[in-house]
Design a protein around this ligand. Structure first.
Ligand code: AMP
Length: 249
């Protein structure tokens, strides 16, 4: 079975975001970019399915600027077989991404699409759900365990009260949570090998998708600065201060 894994190039999770002076967004000039961490987990899960003999081919897709090619090469070095880069000048909103992924799914006919639960740059948590809606497929979001057997997939999800286990008919959509697995690092020989794996370059127009933005971001601001703390001599003083602030009785 074929597995499709969409991977997004985002600001590296170790980098502290800086807001542009004009407040229109986060400054991405000269900062380290990496694969969205939840997408690394998605690639890892697809590779594990291939290692178990369940998946036969892993196709990774990225929608973004030309440099998203690096993200795709990382996924290929981890163990994906083939990549599709859909170039876009500007940021594509989740609806546009989902429409492009739907067109690719129609063409590629994967049995499973594994996405990250959210991209850590925009924190949308929308694309997987929208794609499931557009395709009319079942979806297991926030997966902490994925098991494929026959023509169905069983997904364990972390919910407030504990763990929920759901079963879906294939083809289906899965979105990854943090505890699903620990992604592998690409080895140097595999990084070299990935350079010769196939990577097709397309545009949204090739799939007949209009990616014009539907949302206008009005303002982006940095979080408020934390106030300096106060040192207290002992617990009695702490309780006294909390009482004075009306926090303790
Ligand atoms: P979001 O809905 O933006 O939080 O993203 C959820 C997931 O959708 C990500 O973890 C990726 O798997 C996928 N995704 C979102 N945007 C893109 C993109 N531009 N290219 C490839 N995959 C994407």
């Amino acid at each position: 079975m074929k597995v499709l894994v969409p991977v997004k190039r985002v600001l590296d999770y170790n980098v502290k975001p800086r807001v542009k002076a004009d407040g229109t967004g986060v400054d991405l000039a000269n900062v380290k970019m990496s694969m969205n961490p939840f997408d690394e987990i998605a690639v890892e899960e697809a590779i594990r399915l291939k290692e178990k003999g369940v998946a036969t081919e892993i196709v990774v897709v990225s929608i973004g600027e030309q440099k998203a090619q690096e993200t795709l090469r990382t996924a290929l070095a981890m163990g994906a077989d083939r990549a599709i880069l859909v170039t876009a000048e500007d940021r594509v909103e989740p609806l546009g991404v989902a429409k492009i992924l739907k067109a690719i799914a129609d063409e590629e006919q994967p049995q499973l699409v594994i996405l990250g639960k959210q991209a850590i740059d925009d924190d949308n948590n929308q694309t997987g759900q929208m794609l499931a809606g557009l395709l009319g497929w079942g979806q297991g979001t926030f997966a902490s365990k994925v098991e494929v057997s026959g023509d169905s997939v069983t997904v364990t999800r972390e919910v407030d009260g504990g763990l929920e286990t759901d079963k879906f008919k294939l083809p289906a959509i899965v979105t990854t949570d943090l505890r699903l697995n620990e992604p592998r690092y690409a080895s140097l020989p595999n990084i070299m090998k990935a350079k010769s794996k196939p990577l097709a370059t397309k545009t949204a127009a090739d799939y007949g998708v209009d990616v014009a933005p539907r949302v206008k971001t009005l303002k982006v601001v940095e979080p408020g600065k934390r106030q300096a703390g106060v040192k207290v001599a002992d617990v009695d003083e702490l309780v006294m201060k909390l009482k004075a602030m009306g926090i303790a009785k």
